[in-house]
Ligand binder design. Sequence first.
Ligand SMILES: NC(=O)c1ccc[n+]([C@@H]2O[C@H](COP(=O)([O-])OP(=O)(O)OC[C@H]3O[C@@H](n4cnc5c(N)ncnc54)[C@H](O)[C@@H]3O)[C@@H](O)[C@H]2O)c1
Length: 378
Amino acid sequence: MPEKIRFGIIGCGLMGREFASAAARWCHLNADIPEPEIIGICDTNPGAKEWFLKHFDSIRYDETDYHELLAKKDIDAVYCAVPHSLHSRFYCDIIRAGKHLLGEKPFGIDQKANAEIMAAIREHPEVVVRCSSEFPYYPACQELIRWIQSGKLGKIIEVRSSFCHSSDMDLNKPINWKRMVEINGEYGCMGDLGIHTEHVPFRMGWIPKNVSATLSKIVKERPDGKGGIAECLTWDNATLSCMVDDKDGGQFPMFLVTKRLAPGATDDWSLEVDGIKASVRFSSKDPNGFWYTDSWEKEQAWCRLGIGYKPMIPTITGSIFEFGFTDAILQMWAAFICEIRQIEIPFGLMRPEETELSHKLQTAALQSYYEKRVVEIK
Ligand SMILES: NC(=O)c1ccc[n+]([C@@H]2O[C@H](COP(=O)([O-])OP(=O)(O)OC[C@H]3O[C@@H](n4cnc5c(N)ncnc54)[C@H](O)[C@@H]3O)[C@@H](O)[C@H]2O)c1
């Protein structure tokens, strides 16, 4: 039997369930990676915990106060998926309790909260801390990353990374915490979706030098779910135009797009990198497709390779099949466990210092919008 790493989950909502489901099919992996065992759960809402208690007989601790969970000596690591206003306090306490942490984005509601988390991490170098980001683990995106790293693209012309949703197009959708500034944060859609657009670019070393932000607040009120209307003050859509230094002393533009009002988009994550010698793109709308250009003398053809089920960490699924969101979640979790156990992998999760850069960028983006100017990122 594989070695086990005993986990507590704080926040048993949408993402807490995704982790638990991934842990429940660890046998899907065809690799010798310790297995996460969920032994504790914590949520203030008892209803949120019912599904866990029904499906996981490994649960020994069922708590409403996360301090109780952190006091358990047999919990090695924690997955924390709670609203953004709680990130700093919860993450700092988890790290100071000596538990490894997979935290959720945006890793602090704002730059001050992120700095508090970074301070706790510096105090505890023995604890492995990462931020969740699953989309780079699609096999076609991994192929895209390999092309970038190989230098096949030549001089980079432009990078476009985006993450778009459309569920807010339904004006009757009641407001939830993700649309409330005091809980989701001043960054709005950028805080909620931005880290997904930044993980690959930052890891490729594309560090924004400056930003000019276009932010839109379009739907300003929503049903409050109790028969009334509530103000909805978060940013709906954002386009960040940045300049990035290249290796030859030049610069290229990078566009990071996050939208809650993108007609027809359902969790659409995409990345395109255009280069002088070749260009590549991947979109979760076409999960099996890796797109690249082939040069025909003066012209370029976009070609689609059906990549098949060839994930970074091997699984039992045949390569003739297709890959999906829950597979990406499983790969991300396997990658996190590898990072805890120092098992080498080609592409690791978002690191705390990358979340720090994300906060610098998004804080500068707000400043850019309010002051109507390009803001340097230091
Ligand atoms: N990686 C991704 O693709 C992805 C997708 C969605 C959300 N997220 C992130 O995950 C986090 C959680 O989002 P979600 O969609 O799961 O939210 P959710 O609202 O579905 O779940 C949050 C849970 O936290 C619980 N909670 C609130 N206060 C608590 C407290 N004091 N103690 C313990 N539990 C408490 C709530 O009762 C709820 O069950 C956020 O940071 C969000 O940005 C990530």
